[in-house]
Design a protein around this ligand. Structure first.
Ligand code: ATP
Length: 595
């Protein structure tokens, strides 16, 4: 059983012409009702302008130029003619429609028992040829794609050609949301929208509209109810509401919640099945190939045969473990050279949820139970660990944690319900998760000169030297040095090589009495060496002693994303470093920008 492609083209034309969402749904209901169950999945995919759900990662992606060549081949005119039309009309679909009307391609008709009959394009034929086009790779694939596309166009009517070329070039913009398709499927196969919730649940667990449509058509709503989580098929992610007031947040969450760092990276849903691991993005694209290192971490350190875990992947400085700004992670988005990118921009995977484990669905279990299980299953290393978290019931505590998260390079915090009904709400934005971010970011416009008061041993490439230095500002009133940041970025290999030697003469085996620090350094120094530092902004942090309690109780000033500029200020004595007072002024006069 098949369906004529012309039925699709007619429906698309009606959908394009309407401004009413109800009418759009109605046209889809008619289309789905008329479609034989065998091809309903194909009809749904084509209507979405694709061949598979996004997470499969196979795209049609035919360039306009190639579509023009196929059209020229189909109707036997020169590519120049097509290009001229394209310049005029600007839409490859309209060009195809016009050209086919003008030059009827040879095989639109054929003879059957001596009578001329039109050759009909069916959904299966179109779909299968498009599939071949999408999968063709390597030598000769361009020509193969062109001839396949031309063969479809030869059998197409002008209207069909319009939609086919728009589909292959990714320009079939009917503007139909997945939710509209779900509505139409519910009406077409159950007679009313009342089954919509059941269908939507299935869609959240298995976001493949073609698959759901086919299940509905063949097995009815009972079949859809049976759809379960499957390792390898991404689940629609849970989303958070937003509030910016600690009291309100706690109020919403019943006075108590888990607060977690809100890492500024890329959300990853990792699926593990034995040794096989697949990674999906927030938009459910398959991003496995961007992160071979994360694949490896999950394979080795998620101790389960089958599991689905979620977390945020953040770029880090491999030597110091410091988190780096989001932009650094974007180097992983390149098509080629992932291996080099992996070396140059290593990542840390911070896990925050467990959705499935060895045959058991965890999505309906309360958050604390999910998190506890996650702790059991994950073997933490320097590169994979659970998101920093704690339980709080006091707004002040919550705010402190927030400031700490910001100065550690996070975007803010996630506040999560710990109630007994704190399930994983697939595909929904609800109040079980509340994000607390800042609306603005303060820009640090000037450099500061800070004193080296301590150091931390390096790891990896920096083994044998220092990974990060503990830096302090000078407080002349008290004649002490107050810490502002740990800096590990901005040092060249040469700098790193000479640091131990440079600092050796100042090394002492305890914190210097004029140094105030809450952090325990691996090595302490007499305050002497001054370095020029720049950062993204000056923030509040409970971990640093600079101006502690001056701006906010229990918090000092810190520099976020600090970096050595390359300038050693040997011309300055420690007491000539930037003062605490200057940092307070800088903090107060920082320029606010939208984040
Ligand atoms: P949204 O995802 O809410 O539509 P968005 O894409 O702008 O909005 P954010 O405002 O950054 O995202 O907030 C949610 C995102 O925060 C999550 O999708 C996830 O990627 C990220 N995140 C970081 N840390 C955590 C955490 N500990 N728990 C949950 N999500 C976290």
């Amino acid at each position: 059983m098949d369906l004529e492609y012309s039925f699709l083209a007619d429906t698309y034309e009606k959908i394009e012409a309407t401004t009413s969402r109800t009418a759009m749904t109605d046209y889809l209901v008619v289309l789905f009702s008329k479609t034989p169950p065998e091809v309903i999945d194909k009809v749904v995919y084509l209507t979405q302008g694709k061949l598979y759900p996004d997470y499969i990662g196979i795209e049609l992606g035919i360039a306009e130029k190639m579509a023009m060549r196929a059209l020229a081949t189909a109707i036997g005119v020169s590519i120049k003619v097509i290009e001229q039309e394209y310049k005029k009309l600007g839409d490859i679909g309209l060009v195809a429609e016009k050209m086919l009307t003008k030059y009827k391609p040879v095989s639109i008709t054929h003879f059957f028992e001596g009578v001329e009959v039109a050759r009909k394009l069916t959904v299966s034929v179109v779909y299968e040829k498009l599939e071949k086009i999408a999968k063709a790779t390597g030598e000769g694939s361009q020509d193969l794609k062109i001839s396949l596309l031309a063969s479809i166009l030869k059998d197409a009517s002008p209207k069909e050609a319009k939609y086919i070329l728009r589909t292959v070039t990714g320009r079939l913009r009917l503007g139909i949301a997945d939710m509209t398709i779900l509505d139409a499927l519910a009406i077409a196969f159950t007679g009313s929208k009342s089954a919509r919730d059941v269908i939507e649940r299935a869609y959240n667990v298995h976001p493949d509209l073609g698959y759901i449509a086919k299940k509905l058509a063949l097995e009815g709503i009972e079949g859809v109810k049976m759809i379960k989580i499957k390792v390898g098929i991404p689940i629609q992610p849970m989303l958070a509401e937003r509030l910016n007031n600690p009291k309100e947040i706690l109020g919403k969450l019943g006075g108590k919640c888990v607060v977690e760092y809100k890492y500024d990276g890329e959300r990853i849903q990792a699926h593990k099945n034995g040794d096989e691991v697949a990674l999906f993005s927030r938009r459910l694209e398959n991003i496995t190939h961007h992160y071979p290192d994360v694949v490896d971490m999950v394979r080795k350190h998620v101790k389960a045969k089958e599991a689905i875990v979620e977390g945020e992947c953040v770029a880090v400085n491999p030597d110091t473990g410091e988190m780096l700004p989001f932009q650094e992670l974007m180097h992983r988005r390149r098509k080629y050279g992932v291996e080099e990118a992996m070396e140059m921009y290593p990542v840390h995977f911070f896990l925050f949820d467990l959705l499935y484990l060895n045959g058991v669905e965890y999505i309906s279990k309360p958050y604390l139970e999910r998190r506890k299980k996650l702790e059991e299953v994950v073997e933490e290393t320097d590169y994979i660990s659970l998101a920093e978290a704690r339980i709080v019931d006091d707004p002040l505590e919550l705010d402190k944690f927030f400031e700490q998260a910001i100065s550690d390079g996070c975007e803010g915090i996630m506040c999560k319900s710990v109630s007994s009904d704190s399930i994983y709400q697939m595909g929904a934005r609800g109040w079980l998760w509340i994000k607390y971010k800042r609306d603005y970011r303060y820009e640090m416009t000037d450099t500061v000169d800070l004193v080296v008061v301590g150091a931390f041993y390096g790891k990896g490439k920096r083994a044998g030297t220092y990974g990060a230095l503990l830096m302090a500002a000078y407080n002349p009133e008290k004649d002490v040095f107050e810490t502002v940041c740990k800096v590990g970025s901005g040092f060249t290999d040469e700098d790193l090589a000479k640091l131990p030697e440079l600092l050796a003469q100042y090394k002492i085996d305890h914190r210097h009495p004029r140094v105030l620090s809450k952090l325990e350094a691996d090595v302490w120094f007499v305050p002497a060496v001054v370095l020029e530092i720049i950062g993204a902004e000056i923030t509040l942090s409970p971990l640093h002693t600079c101006a502690f309690g001056k701006i906010r109780e229990e918090a000092g000033l810190a520099i976020r994303f600090p970096r050595f500029t390359g300038r050693y200020r040997f011309d300055k004595k420690a007491e000539q470093a930037t003062t605490t007072k200057e940092l307070i002024e800088m903090y107060k006069s920082q320029k606010k920008t939208a984040s």
